[in-house]
Design a protein around this ligand. Sequence first.
Ligand code: SF4
Length: 180
Amino acid sequence: MRILLHICCAPCSLTVVRTLQDMGHEVTGLYYNPNIHPVGEYLRRRDTLRQFQEQMGIKVLYKDNEYDPQIYFKEIAFREANRCFHCYRIRLERTLFIAKRGRFDAYTTSLLYSKFQKHDVIADLGRDLAGGGQVGFFYHDFREGWKEGIEQSKAMGMYRQDYCGCLYSDFERRKKLLSE
Ligand code: SF4
């Protein structure tokens, strides 16, 4: 199948890309993440992906002209408690749209690799958005390659961020510093 893979970051996509390729699928990546804050972090994750995409053996579509934090903030405004769901939704909806336009057979996301994400929420959402349409959601539990992916990304010297991406997750990791 031709699969459009939403990529949140390079380290999370390593195992996903290799697993899909081993299954015989043709993978194209899509870097679309308006949730990432600040813009310097967005660029750093993007450039890491650019640096390694050839080694990973994939083409990647970059949607820099669509990087707009307002897209994220508008969607999560007044529903911060459920922000991850909407953050997933924005990115999956866009991926599905582009997959349909590009006549891909299926779409999926590197978010299914991370043990820190709400795996079942992402899987259900991906299937719901796809509905019974022509472009299906490709589900696989990529978390099975979690350890291997970490080791590989470290060995390759990839930049590995220490927060999920949004302002809230950045704040969470720094809270300790503020209370000192
Ligand atoms: S914690 Fe991660 S998934 Fe949740 S809203 Fe922030 S960036 Fe999105």
